[in-house]
Ligand binder design. Structure first.
Ligand code: DQA
Length: 146
């Protein structure tokens, strides 16, 4: 199967960005780990990070024609603002898991609402970079069942 991992704005700065909140692991470390895990299980993983809302939206649209079976997404700040990215995920109807490194519920109230959670297959937050691995594990378990 093919899994697409999408990272939203400012996640390109992981490792140097507020490490007390987001940890010291870089985005390329995370992506490499996920690619290795997927490959070891015989699956194909695509990754993309963008600071631009429209690029993420277009990436989701393209996923439809690429046979992407599952999406793991950290929408970052767009979690709390983007009806447009939410609508893109609803439009393509590809199952997805929402991931956040930090526990958004223990932070500012504006981070408590997500435009994605009610559409997501599941949500993982507060477990740091390993949250992506747990999400991938859940996605693979789901795909291998069907
Ligand atoms: C985040 C949480 C968001 O509130 C924040 O805007 C981010 C990262 C996380 O992974 O913890 O950029 O999605």
């Amino acid at each position: 199967a093919t899994i697409l991992v999408l990272h939203g704005p400012n996640l390109n700065l992981l490792g140097e960005r507020e490490p007390a909140i987001y940890g010291g692991t870089t985005l390329s470390d995370i992506n490499t780990r996920l690619e290795d895990l997927a490959r070891a299980r015989g699956h194909h993983l695509l990754t993309m990070q963008s600071n631009a809302e429209y690029e993420l939206i277009e990436r989701v649209h393209d996923a439809r024609h690429e046979g992407v079976n599952f999406i793991v997404i950290n929408p970052a700040a767009f979690t709390h603002t983007s009806v447009a990215l939410r609508d893109a995920l609803a439009a393509v109807d590809i199952p997805f898991i929402e991931v956040h490194l930090s526990n958004v519920h223990a932070r500012e109230t504006f981070r408590h609402h997500s435009y994605f959670s009610d559409l997501a297959r599941g949500v993982i937050c507060g477990l740091g970079a390993r949250g992506y691995e747990f999400a991938l594990e859940a996605a693979l378990a789901d795909l291998e069942q069907h």
